[in-house]
Design a protein around this ligand. Structure first.
Ligand code: FE2
Length: 190
């Protein structure tokens, strides 16, 4: 995956985020800076390849837009079909989420003894241009859904690893049952 082949807007994000991660080791300090780059990236909805913006009738889709060769950074388009939602899940690495198109709701959870997830506060609604964070330090467990039942929504996610290859977890809301999963990536539709 050659960074020179990316759309200039995405390339600016990748170069900027890579530079920040090379020079700043503290998550507390680099995360807001990557967040500002994400805010700039999603302030215009004119750069995402339509092949990575296609929804699936049954499943939300995650298309890989960029992964650095050493798996320190990946960027994904997260495409919601109408009414689609994730299970309650974690990430195990930091993530920055920018709302590009449409809108989504995110509910954060605290995982108690025995794996049972308890909601923290109310659902947060992201609108185009908004940026949100996850990480094992800040709160890593959430459930996310398309705010719309009649249209596609798309958010752009950057993660501190190759998220499609990372072993992480889903949590059953009722039983507290924890299952390991690897999300993989959808194949772009040309
Ligand atoms: Fe997530």
């Amino acid at each position: 995956m050659n960074v020179d082949d990316l759309h200039p807007a995405l390339r600016t994000f990748v170069y900027g985020a890579t530079q920040i991660l090379l020079t700043e080791a503290s998550e507390e300090l680099f995360l807001p800076r990557v967040g500002e780059l994400m805010r700039a990236l999603v302030s215009y909805d004119n750069w995402l390849d339509p092949a990575c913006a296609q929804n699936h009738p049954s499943f939300y889709q995650q298309y890989l837009l960029y992964a650095d060769p050493s798996d320190r950074l990946s960027v994904v388009s997260f495409v919601w079909g109408p009414g689609q939602s994730t299970p309650i899940h974690d990430h195990t690495v930091w993530g920055v989420i920018g709302m590009l198109r449409g809108s989504e709701y995110a509910q954060q959870y605290d995982v108690g003894v025995g794996g049972r997830p308890n909601p923290i506060g109310h659902e947060l609604r992201l609108m185009p241009g908004d940026v949100e964070y996850v990480s094992p330090h800040l709160g890593d467990v959430h459930q996310v859904r398309n705010a719309y039942s009649d249209r596609v929504s798309i958010s752009i996610h950057a993660y501190g690893g190759n998220i499609g290859k990372i072993k992480r977890h889903v949590f059953a809301a009722d039983t507290g049952n924890v299952k390991e999963f690897i999300s993989g990536y959808a194949t772009p539709v040309n």
